[in-house]
Ligand binder design. Sequence first.
Ligand code: SF4
Length: 192
Amino acid sequence: MPLPDDLRSCRLCADRFAATHTAHRPKPVVWFKPGAPILVASQAPGMRAHTSGKPFDDPSGVRLRDWMGIDEKTFWNKDNLAIVPMGFCFPGYDAKGSDLPPPRVCARTWRDAALRHVGQPRVTLLIGGYAQDWTLGKGRVTDRVRDWRAFAPQVFCLPHPSWRNTAWLRKHPWFQTDILPVLRRTIQEALP
Ligand code: SF4
């Protein structure tokens, strides 16, 4: 079976998800194909992406597309973007209504094969601590975002575009003034 179909049928976390507050079933959101020039290495789908089957189909996606300077049509074209999260399924909510972390078994099982399937992208966005730690080893998101010149233009470390990081964005205005213009230019240059 080709990798995307194989991944789509994965049910490894069925018991884990059944025990969450949301008691949902695994439903991997698979959004990549070989040759995409931009890799979005993200965390895990949220509830809305779980329902629609489209990654970043929520306010986080609106913010991410704004950061990248592209519209929905460009974003959801698999010839442009491959979206490879640390967990391919919505992990569920905890008792406080926050997203649970992506199950570690997912990256251990699927990540390397998914990245091999995509091939070598021109630009990689490492979104949030889970994807950054997996790729770069343990570190702080703020330090990595601030050190953007050490990684760009091949790699950009970004905070998660969730509304939960709105205060972080206010506290670090250089993210918008210094990094986003470079990110947008790099994305435009990488697009086919
Ligand atoms: S999160 Fe990953 S490992 Fe778990 S069921 Fe979904 S695809 Fe499988």
